[in-house]
Design a protein around this ligand. Structure first.
Ligand code: GLA
Length: 325
């Protein structure tokens, strides 16, 4: 049987990546041959890499970076500025003023980017900055409250200064929803006008077989194509449940779920191929169904099967579907 690897199948279009944790590298070693890009699920996040003001902990991020380098895979760094997974010290009262917080950000971004200057090419400088309602463009967070509305601009300038060769991204979810997308696009146009060094936009891509529909995904890419920025899919997975479905009694996925999922992945990858000129990477948020964040989100204890390999590491219908197109 000839070996069929996912990244080879898409090598003329975009790199294909997977998010992993440092402690699952050996478990997934063989399956990871399918991917030529790696994201760290948590190891680059603020609370992990910078647990105290004067302490950086690179032990686990180094493990991931060394693995990727050894295997010749590129790396995405995720993420600097986010409203979640921050260490407690960060927002203590003595840090809650603009100049102090900018200094912290400068030293955080500078230190991390410097360490991985030659290994990490893409960075999610900010994550989930857009508001879901039409009351505001930017989400109100501690970052925006303390630094001010220009915190995103500042973060990009700091990152660009730290490494002018790195590609710098805004990472976001739900941009398939037209209102949020339109607000995000006008904001990005503003950043462009101001010559803020943003390379592109990351689309998280946490989908389900029910939502969003292909018409929505296609319409999103149609608009993104006019933006003239690079686009990456950064956290793709396809849940087999409706978002709020409370059923926890399903212990193995039904054939129907798996077939619909295969169809969904096939359609998504067809669209991605079609727009590959603007797409500089596609990353799955996990490797195999034995471990996924969706087992506990948004319904705690609801087993899910959103990835391309099953719990015993066999290729699923979804994998075969995207290898066929
Ligand atoms: C968001 C974040 C990721 C990760 C997922 C859940 O999408 O960007 O880092 O935390 O949620 O695993």
């Amino acid at each position: 049987m000839g070996e069929k690897l996912l990244w080879k199948k898409y090598k003329d279009y975009f790199p294909v990546g997977a998010a992993i944790s440092y402690d699952k590298i050996s478990r997934y070693d063989k399956l990871l041959d399918n991917f030529n890009s790696i994201s760290a699920e948590n190891e680059f996040k603020f609370e992990r890499i910078h647990p105290e003001e004067d302490v950086y902990d690179f032990e686990k991020s180094d493990i991931i970076v060394e693995y990727a380098l050894k295997k010749g895979k590129q790396l995405r760094g995720h993420t600097f500025v986010w409203h979640n997974q921050n260490p407690e010290w960060l927002f203590l009262p003595q840090n809650c003023q603009r100049e102090k917080m900018l200094k912290i950000l400068e030293s955080h971004i500078g230190t991390v980017m410097d360490r991985y200057r030659d290994s990490v090419r893409y960075w999610d400088v900010v994550n989930e900055i857009f508001d879901d309602s039409d009351d505001a463009v930017l989400r109100k967070t501690q970052w925006s409250e303390i630094i001010g509305a220009d915190y995103v601009e500042r973060a990009f300038c700091i990152a660009h200064e730290a490494n002018p060769n790195a590609e710098l991204y805004i990472n976001e979810y739900n941009l398939e929803i037209p209102g949020k997308l339109d607000r995000a696009l006008s904001y990005l146009e503003e950043l462009k006008k101001k010559e803020i060094p943003v390379t592109g936009l990351g689309i998280q891509g946490h989908y389900s077989i029910f939502f969003p529909g292909m018409d929505m995904i296609k319409a999103m890419f149609e608009k993104l194509a006019k933006l003239d920025m690079k686009i990456q899919i950064t956290e793709l997975d396809v849940s087999v449940f409706q978002f709020q479905d409370e059923r926890k009694d399903i212990l193995t996925p039904t054939d129907e779920m798996l077939s619909r999922q295969a169809e969904y992945y096939r359609n998504v990858f067809s669209i991605l191929k079609e727009y590959s000129e603007i797409i500089s990477g596609v990353t799955l948020w996990g490797v195999a169904d034995d471990y996924t964040w969706l087992d506990d989100y948004p319904v705690v204890g609801r087993k899910n099967w959103p990835l391309l390999f099953d719990e015993t590491f066999r290729a699923k219908k979804a994998f075969n579907a995207i290898m066929e197109i």
